[in-house]
Design a protein around this ligand. Structure first.
Ligand code: ADP
Length: 485
């Protein structure tokens, strides 16, 4: 199968469009939230600092003046003016009002004659005349309007109050400039942010689209599909993992196809023989009884072969679907004794001697039927692929360290070195003719290997061609003696 490389498709699917939208919306939402904070928080802090500086300055001046004026016997313009000059407050920016206890203006820095001798009913003056210090500041249309007022308290009590009003354009302009500058920066950031969000969501969407296309292709059965994503980010990692997954799927699919093709081939051969034999019987006009029996015997043999193949295929399916495997404590000694008993007839027919050296307490965790199939397949092979005369089979079972070891040896035909690595493959036979003759399916050893691996064990084979073969199986021992072994 040739590799199909997916170029990243530029046409985005609905999912990608939604993903892009969500990404952009999340990014832009966060950006606008940050810009909102940037536009309000620094201005708020600066405004507070300006107000606090003003409070200190104005209250300081008002306080100093009211304390000084408290020493005057009476509050008149003539008496107040020299004090203001001494305190260097005659050119003060803003407006200074001094009232007597009745809120009548006795001094006005703006020197508005209209206000002199008038009652100034301002809330700050009223508060100050009741004995409290007041400060208030407003920021409006780029201007700070601030007022501070303090009572003039002598030993006789409250004599009047000092009221100071200031309209600050300078600090207001500074705050406004700061606001405008931050807004300009924010607009620039917003434009860059929108461009960035669109760009990155487009790139990201394009990469995710590539991944999606790959996943869809594999879902459609194109296991050779390779996703190519440049770069070294998390998405290219996902693409790499996915490519490995599809490669494995492809291998599994190839194995499955090969298995189905081999299985069909194996089933077709006996079926074709049965058809041929049956057709011969049907189309032969006069067939003697001996010939007929011979044909029917052959049909029966072929049917047996079909039965064995299907049985073996069913066992393999059972091993593959691990759900039906029931693990329990299995005493391998008893499994071997049962298998030997069942093979007594075959041993006799083949003239093969058997020798068993079986230790106690060789307990493993296994499926009971599976363990029997392991022992019987190995024993059957050791008998089948043995010498015609003086054949020997030895089964040894013992515990070593924490393991149970099972050895099945024969002095039979042996396996050529070049075939050893392949004998556990499904349907692999060294000598096809001999295997068929002896009713082999080519599945026995693969069943053994798959069961052994399922039981957490291992299997290896040692063989010398025309001298004999030994299969060595190792399992974890469930039985621990006093020494803990
Ligand atoms: P089969 O059903 O053909 O016996 P197996 O999977 O059991 O299939 O064995 C695969 C092949 O390994 C056999 O065809 C045979 O050639 C070889 N083989 C297995 N066991 C032995 C043995 N004990 N001695 C020699 N050859 C063996």
């Amino acid at each position: 199968m040739s590799a199909i490389i997916s170029r990243i498709e530029t046409r985005p699917s609905k999912i990608i469009k939604t993903l892009r939208f969500k990404l952009s919306a999340a990014f832009l939402g966060t950006l606008f939230l940050m810009l909102l904070i940037l536009n309000t928080f620094p201005v708020f802090i600066t405004q507070n600092q300006i107000v606090s500086a003003k409070r200190n300055d104005m209250q300081g001046k008002v306080g100093l003046l009211s304390t000084t004026l408290a020493a005057l016997p009476v509050l008149t313009t003539e008496k107040i003016s020299p004090v203001i000059s001494v305190l260097d407050m005659d050119n003060i920016s803003g407006r200074l009002l001094i009232t007597d206890l009745n809120a009548v203006v006795v001094y006005d820095s703006a020197r508005l004659s209209s206000l002199n001798a008038k009652v100034a009913v301002l809330p700050e003056i009223v508060t100050a005349l009741s004995g409290n210090d007041v400060f208030r500041s407003n920021y409006k249309n780029g201007i700070f309007y601030s007022m501070a007022s303090s009572p003039i308290v002598s030993t006789d009590g409250i004599k009047g109050c000092v009221y100071f009003y200031e309209k600050d354009l300078e600090e207001g302009a500074f705050l406004r400039r700061t606001q405008v500058n931050i807004s300009k920066i924010s607009i620039a950031i917003a434009f860059l942010g929108i461009a960035g969000a669109v760009f990155f969501s487009f790139i990201f969407g394009k990469r995710v689209n590539g991944l999606l296309n790959g996943i869809r292709s594999v879902r459609e059965g194109e296991y050779a599909h390779v996703i190519e994503l440049s770069g070294e980010d998390e998405l290219s990692e996902v693409a790499k993992e996915f490519n490995e997954l599809s490669t494995r799927l492809q291998k599994t699919e190839e194995v499955r196809r090969e298995f189905v093709s081999n299985a069909s081939h194996e089933l077709r051969t006996p079926l074709a023989s049965i058809k041929l034999l049956a057709d011969s019987v049907v189309h032969t006009k006069k067939i003697d009884e001996k010939k007929l029996k011979e044909f029917l015997g052959d049909i029966s043999d072929e049917t047996d072969r079909l039965k064995r193949i299907t049985e073996h295929l069913l066992i393999l399916t059972r091993i593959d679907s691990s759900d039906s495997v029931k693990f329990q404590e299995v005493d391998l000694r008893r499994t071997i004794q049962k298998a030997v008993q069942n093979f007594e007839l075959l041993l006799k027919q083949n003239g093969v001697q058997i020798n068993c050296e079986l230790s106690d307490n060789c307990i493993i965790s296994a499926d009971c039927d599976g363990a029997y199939q392991v022992v019987s397949n190995l024993l059957e092979n050791a008998i089948k692929y043995n010498k015609e005369k003086n054949g020997f089979v030895t089964i040894r079972l013992y515990r070593k360290d924490n393991e149970v070891i099972l050895e099945v040896s024969d002095n039979g035909v042996g396996i050529p070195e070049e075939d050893l690595p392949r004998i556990f493959e499904r349907f692999y036979r060294v000598d096809k003719a001999r295997s068929r003759e002896t009713g082999g399916t080519g599945l026995g050893l693969s069943i053994v290997k798959e069961w052994v691996e399922d039981f957490g064990g291992s299997i290896r084979v040692e063989s010398v061609f025309s001298k004999g073969t030994t299969f060595i199986l190792t399992f974890e021992s469930l039985y621990k003696d006093e020494a803990g072994l």
